[in-house]
Design a protein around this ligand. Structure first.
Ligand code: SAM
Length: 205
C-alpha cells in the first residue's frame, strides 16, 4: 500500500488538468449534508475542509450562511472551480496550501473529511491525525467519512480498516461516532465509516 509516484501538488494539479477526478461526487454527499443539517444553524464556528477539491461542502455551508468556512488544497484548479461556481465565497478563505503546513492564527472548531485522508500516502496517516488535532481547539471536532475497505487498484485512493484508523486517532481524540455510514453515495455504500471525533483537551502534539 505505497504510492508508486510522489503525490505532490503537481500530481494533483495534473489530475484536475487531465479531468481524472473520479472521486468528485459533483455535490455534497448525503452523510455530510445530513450532519450539517442537524448543526444548530449558521454561526461563526470556524470550519476547515482540507483537501477540499472543488469544495461542494464549502459551497453548501456558505449557502447556509456560515461565514467562517475555509478550504485548503494544493491544486489551484480545484480552488478555482469553487471560486467560479461560488463567486461570493471569500477569496481569503481559499487556502492554496499543504494541509500539513497550515498554521492558522486561530484554531478551528470543525474539520470536515471527505476523500482527503484516502488520497494521502498512508505513511502520512499518523501525521494527519496529529495535524488535525493541532488545527482544532480542545473540544473541536473532526467529522466526515473514511473508507472501510481495501482497493484492488494501486492508490490513490488507499483503503484501510476501522481498527487501523483507531490507532492513529486515539492519542488525540475521543470517539463520538465511529461506525459504518448508512447513507453513503450508492457506489460507496457499505464501504465507508462515518466519523465524529472530539479533540481531547490534553494532547501531546
Ligand atoms: C481525492 S481528492 C478529494 C477532493 C474532495 N475532498 C472531494 O471529495 O471531491 C484529494 C484532494 O486533496 C488535495 N490534496 C492532496 N494532498 C494535499 C495536501 N497535502 N494538502 C492539501 N490538499 C491536498 C488534492 O489536490 C485533491 O484535491
Amino acid at each position: 500500500m505505497q504510492p508508486t509516484q510522489k503525490l505532490d501538488a503537481s500530481y494533483w494539479q495534473g489530475r484536475y488538468e487531465a479531468h481524472q477526478t473520479g472521486w468528485d461526487a459533483g455535490q455534497i454527499t448525503p452523510p455530510l449534508r445530513d450532519y450539517f443539517v442537524q448543526l444548530s444553524g449558521p454561526n461563526a464556528r470556524r470550519i476547515l475542509i482540507p483537501g477540499a477539491g472543488r469544495g461542494y461542502e464549502a459551497e453548501y455551508l456558505h449557502g447556509q450562511g456560515y461565514p467562517q468556512v475555509w478550504v485548503a488544497d494544493v491544486a489551484p484548479d480545484a480552488l478555482a472551480a469553487l471560486q467560479t461556481r461560488v463567486p461570493d465565497f471569500p477569496a481569503e478563505h481559499l487556502l492554496l496550501q499543504d494541509f500539513f503546513a497550515l498554521t492558522p492564527a486561530e484554531p478551528f472548531d470543525l474539520l470536515v473529511e471527505q476523500t482527503f485522508f484516502c488520497a494521502l500516502d498512508p505513511a502520512q496517516r499518523p501525521a494527519y491525525a496529529r495535524q488535525s488535532a493541532a488545527l482544532l481547539r480542545p473540544g473541536g471536532k473532526l467529522m466526515g467519512l473514511l473508507f472501510d475497505t481495501e482497493f484492488s487498484q494501486p492508490g490513490p485512493p488507499f483503503g484501510g480498516s476501522a481498527a487501523e484508523y483507531r490507532a492513529y486517532f486515539e492519542p488525540y481524540f475521543d470517539f463520538v461516532h465511529f461506525a459504518p455510514a448508512y447513507n453513503s453515495l450508492k457506489p460507496r455504500q457499505g464501504r465507508e465509516l462515518f466519523i465524529c471525533l472530539r479533540r481531547k483537551t490534553e494532547v501531546k502534539l
